[in-house]
Design a protein around this ligand. Structure first.
Ligand code: PLP
Length: 438
């Protein structure tokens, strides 16, 4: 895995910046958090991809989660090609959307109805609208450190002090909308109880990533999720599990299966589309009787249930089940964890390796795994910047941000994992050397 000076990527990036804002189609890809030039890629297969300069990288991002089988899995590609040759979109019902919905219902506890969308953002946005339509209430609750896509009501941060009204976390989000969202810290039962005690009857829904994986990997205590379940039930608020990352990854039945806790509504994306643009929200028939065309809650999509995307999702779930991929990824993840533990034992660096199945994250500067975003020290970002560059030089591609998790796929081999352990060890040593030198 030789590393060039990224000459072509630099040229492409310069050109891209003249027509794409920041040179990218989604902000984290711009490498702002780690510095340097984002790599432009030309092809991918299995666990690696090749950039426009011809350098191959062992990939631990896998397009941020969808590619649980690896890049360009032959069965997924074949399913997509076959579907495409029969028509890219019908704008009318077809069998594959029924088959994929049946798969979702069979895998996930409590799911009787599924509505497909084209992204995770649409799935969470629509699930919230359905929850409001079902309950007749306006207030929603989210947790700091959880990401649910970029709809207005979810780009909200905690307001100052102990007030329950949120504030926009992005310019362009009206304050009036942000105020309908309350933001709580994760892992804080006291604040949760208090919010329900004061405003429980106004809450339409609480949305949470039950395996928070968008601001580090902030694994929660089961008791916390369980109490949240109880409080929602007691106050008639709907509990929404955002399983866009964790769905079909931490277990076939997602975090609901992992923790043995059933939400009222669930959102999917990423793995469900196997690399094509797919999202879904799902739940019991009774709630979905309120959704158009059955009920008054409107939601739609020109390309929703797209046949090519449905084919990719079906092929992905077929292989996932047939090859017992999730169990294999647990074995691979455990191997990575043992390897990294050996490296950390030897180096005594202040780093905690956090893992749930095929999701992993380096908690830099932390001696234990944090359960809240505000426990991540500010210096984690600068340490990660050096670690990321050191990995890239050695042909290992990690997410270009300290707050993003790593992904294992079925395409990773034991050899890949062992190589990654060596590279991570060397990169961590370099990253912390840089810290002392400064
Ligand atoms: C990625 C993600 C989303 C948003 O999905 P998009 O397809 O990027 O719109 C929502 N929730 C979670 C938990 C995610 O990880």
């Amino acid at each position: 895995m030789a590393v060039s000076a990224h000459l072509s990527s630099r040229e492409h990036f310069a050109r891209a910046q003249r027509v794409l804002p920041g040179g990218v189609s989604s902000p984290v890809r711009a490498f702002r958090a780690v510095g340097g030039t984002p790599l432009f890629f030309r092809e991918a297969s299995g666990a690696s991809f090749v950039d426009v300069d011809g350098d191959r990288y062992l990939d631990f991002v896998h397009s941020w989660g969808p590619l649980i089988l690896g890049h360009a899995h032959p069965e997924v590609v074949e399913a997509v090609q076959t579907a495409a040759s029969r028509g890219l979109t019908f704008g009318a019902p077809h069998l594959d959307e029924v088959l994929l919905a049946e798969q979702v219902a069979a895998c996930y506890p409590g799911v009787e109805r599924v509505r497909f969308t084209s992204s995770g953002t649409e799935a969470t946005m629509s699930a919230l609208r359905l929850a409001r339509g079902v309950t007749g209430r306006d207030r929603i609750v989210k947790f700091a450190g959880c990401y649910h896509g970029h709809s207005d009501g979810l780009l909200v941060a905690a307001g100052s002090g102990a007030v329950t009204f949120g504030e926009p976390s992005s310019a362009g989000v009206p304050e009036a909308i942000a105020r309908l969202t309350s933001v709580l810290p994760l892992d804080d039962l006291g604040r949760l109880e208090e919010l329900f005690a004061t405003t429980g009857r106004e809450i339409a829904a609480v949305i949470i990533e039950p395996v928070p994986a968008n601001n580090g990997l902030l694994l929660q205590r089961r008791e916390f999720l369980l109490r949240l379940r109880e409080l929602c039930s007691a106050h008639g608020a709907l509990l929404i599990f955002d399983e866009v990352i964790s769905g079909f990854r931490v277990a076939l039945g997602g975090a609901a299966e992992l923790y043995g806790i059933e939400p009222d509504l669930v959102t999917f994306g990423k793995v469900l589309g196997g690399g094509m643009p797919v999202g879904a929200f799902a739940g019991p028939a009774e709630a979905f009787a309120r959704l158009a065309p059955l009920g008054p809650v409107y939601q739609a999509g020109t390309l929703s249930g797209n046949p090519v995307a449905m084919a990719a999702g079906l092929a992905t779930l077929r292989v996932l089940k047939r090859d017992d991929v999730i169990a294999r990824l647990e074995v691979l993840g455990a191997r990575l964890e043992r390897g990294v533990a050996r490296v950390l034992d030897a180096s005594q660096l202040p780093v905690t390796f956090v893992r749930q199945g095929s999701l992993f994250w380096f908690a830099l500067g932390m001696r234990e795994a944090p359960r809240r975003d505000d426990l991540i020290p500010a210096e984690a970002a600068s340490i990660y910047r050096r670690m990321h560059a050191a990995c890239l030089r050695r042909g290992v591609y990690l997410a270009p941000s300290a707050y993003e998790v790593g992904f294992l796929s079925a395409a990773h081999s034991e050899v890949d994992v062992d190589l990654a352990v060596d590279v991570f060890g060397a990169a961590l040593a370099e990253a912390f050397d840089g810290e002392e030198a400064r």
